[in-house]
Design a protein around this ligand. Structure first.
Ligand SMILES: Cc1cc2nc3c(=O)[nH]c(=O)nc-3n(C[C@H](O)[C@H](O)[C@H](O)COP(=O)(O)OP(=O)(O)OC[C@H]3O[C@@H](n4cnc5c(N)ncnc54)[C@H](O)[C@@H]3O)c2cc1C
Length: 427
């Protein structure tokens, strides 16, 4: 196993972050978007195509945030179970979360097809490998309900049929969802950037928003390039929110998620491990997610950060991969990288307005679908169209003394590990 892995995101090898094309600074804009990931670009594209003048300010290069670092699995997950949603919102509203997830996934697939977006979209489905306690009856019942409502057929895969999807013997069964797939996230982002520029959006990279203030009916944004006034502001900074937005920072927990990409092991070997080349997740709280690279030559695997030390963290992910696929024990890793995902305290994405600023945020590690979708909804709110979402106006709460530094994460990780162990030992 190698110890000198490049700390560069695998996806960046083909589509590295770039500076924005040169543009003249403006003192007054109609709509200002802070942050140039899927959320910001999606909002900008929708607004520009409706004839609005839109500017995006990005602190780093274009494509440096989570949107180009992720696993590219179009899961559109909601972390709360349907029972948890029912308890909190009642049966009718709980159903709407699932309805919106189906719509949002379809919308992404339609966008990719209609706009001829070159992002290696592979609608191959996703399997969640079952571990620990689960009820087969329950899964079958939920699958039947899902199929009846959406005409999408989830498949419960018995343990003895798992070999159709994976050579791993780790799972006690699985749930296959045909409506989930994979993309090359950096290609998607740079395609969205291209479409936004074509629609007239102006981008500024390396432009740090330092403060956002009210200035009568407008907003005043202080940046390292100077000041700018805007009639509307969308905050699209999500897990990368900094001290410029203390209110939001107090309400999001930035969690490190990290990934490895193996060396090229060849299509045949990948296919012998994952015969249908599907995306994969695990049913544990701290489960791993993995997938073949779009060219089918290697495997990418990700999970929550386990160690502060870079090499130990990489070895941990390599160990996880070798636990899933023991024959990969000797395979080296070509890339190891990390990024932040944003969790609101109640683990539900949000579309909220506060003091006139619109916040689509808190995608809980499932922003490939949700960030694009809620960015679009934020734009529709400004346009006075259907900006309503099941995530609209859910309270975005904080806890006492929290200012954005999640000192409690090690404790939380221990808690989730313990739950996973208990679930495994009582099955
Ligand atoms: C390792 C990893 C794996 C993941 N895997 C998946 C997956 O498989 N499937 C899935 O659905 N989701 C996944 N996610 C989550 C997904 O990537 C995010 O939810 C999504 O990209 C969020 O998009 P965004 O546009 O809101 O944020 P980002 O893409 O992070 O963009 C926010 C931008 O705001 C900028 N910014 C912050 N502060 C300022 C400021 N003051 N001034 C100017 N700009 C600022 C940042 O520089 C950043 O570029 C993963 C995330 C990570 C890190």
């Amino acid at each position: 196993m190698n110890s000198d892995t490049q700390s560069i995101c695998y996806w960046w090898q083909e589509r590295p972050p770039t500076s924005a094309p040169p543009a003249a600074w403006q003192d007054h804009v109609e709509i200002m978007i802070v942050g140039c990931g899927f959320t910001g670009l999606s909002a900008a594209l929708t607004l520009a195509r409706a004839g609005k003048r839109v500017v995006i300010l990005e602190r780093g290069l274009i494509g440096e945030g989570a949107s180009t670092r992720n696993g590219g699995i179009t899961s559109g997950n909601i972390r709360l179970s349907s029972d948890q949603l029912k308890r909190r919102f009642g049966t009718e509203k709980a159903q709407k979360f699932s309805d919106e997830a189906v719509l949002a996934r379809e919308d992404l697939a339609r966008f990719i097809a209609d706009e001829k977006v070159q992002c290696d979209f592979q609608p191959v489905g996703r399997v969640v490998g079952l571990m620990g306690q689960f009820s087969v009856d329950r899964i079958k019942r939920d699958s039947a309900t899902f199929q009846a409502r959406y005409d999408i057929e989830p498949v419960f895969v018995e343990k003895n049929k798992m070999a159709e999807y994976t050579s791993s013997s780790l799972y006690d069964g699985g749930i296959f969802r045909p409506d989930i797939g994979g993309i090359h996230p950096a290609k998607l982002l740079h395609e969205m950037k291209r479409l936004a520029l074509e629609a007239g959006v102006i981008l500024f990279s390396e432009t740090n928003v330092l403060e956002i203030k009210r200035a009568h009916s407008d907003f005043l944004l202080l940046t390292n390039r100077g000041q700018v006034k805007a009639q509307h502001v969308i905050s699209a900074t999500n897990a990368y929110t900094d001290k410029a937005q203390p209110w939001l920072r107090r309400r999001l927990v930035p969690v490190i998620s990290e990934m490895i990409a193996t060396e090229k092991i060849g299509r045949n070997r990948v296919q012998s491990l994952m015969p249908k080349l599907t995306m994969f997740g695990e049913s544990k709280q701290l489960g791993y997610y993995y997938r073949p690279s779009p060219d089918g030559e290697r495997i990418l695997l990700g999970g929550r950060r386990s160690h502060n030390d870079h090499n130990r963290a990489r070895r941990h992910l390599q160990g996880a991969l070798a636990t899933i696929f023991p024959t990969l024990d000797d395979v080296s890793v070509d890339a190891h990288w990390q990024g932040f995902v944003a969790f609101p305290f109640d683990q539900l994405p949000k579309l909220v307005v506060r003091d006139g600023i619109i916040y689509p945020t808190g995608f809980c590690g499932s922003g490939t679908v949700w960030a694009r979708w809620l960015g679009q909804k934020a734009a529709l709110m400004i346009l006075g169209k259907d900006g309503e979402s099941v995530f609209s106006n859910l309270p975005l709460r904080t806890i006492p003394f929290y200012t954005g530094n999640p000192w409690f994460m090690p404790l939380a990780m221990h808690y989730y590990k313990l739950r996973d162990r208990l679930s495994a030992s009582t099955k």
